[in-house]
Design a protein around this ligand. Structure first.
Ligand code: ZN
Length: 110
């Protein structure tokens, strides 16, 4: 879907802070429920960094599972995909986390 735009905005955000510094590694956190495919994002990132100060940077993606809470029985449970259903059979489920997409760290060459 929009992975290329996300990759570009991550790169823009980083280069706006680090300028021409050589970036060795970028760590991202991509929640399982944010709707972004980590592998597609990696592919787009590798294309988008070409010719920038970040060319050759390694991308490390953390994919924490989501956490949801059932409105019917109160159970909190891990969610690994976009289908939200509690073990009690209820789909009245509130997402507590897993929709985040953020930069965890950036490592620059010394
Ligand atoms: Zn439930």
């Amino acid at each position: 879907v929009h992975e290329f735009a996300i990759a570009e905005s991550v790169i823009d955000t980083i280069t706006a802070k680090t300028g021409d510094a050589t970036i060795r590694e970028v760590r991202l956190e991509v929640g399982r429920l944010c709707g972004v495919q980590a592998e597609a994002l990696r592919f787009c990132f590798e294309l988008a960094v070409q010719g920038t100060a970040m060319d050759g940077a390694r991308l490390d993606i953390d994919e924490p599972p989501g956490l949801a809470s059932c409105q019917s029985c109160g159970l909190e449970f891990e969610v690994r995909d976009l289908i939200l259903l509690c073990a009690c059979g209820s789909a009245r489920v509130e997402v507590l986390s897993g929709e985040q997409l953020r930069i965890l760290s950036v490592e620059m060459a010394a």
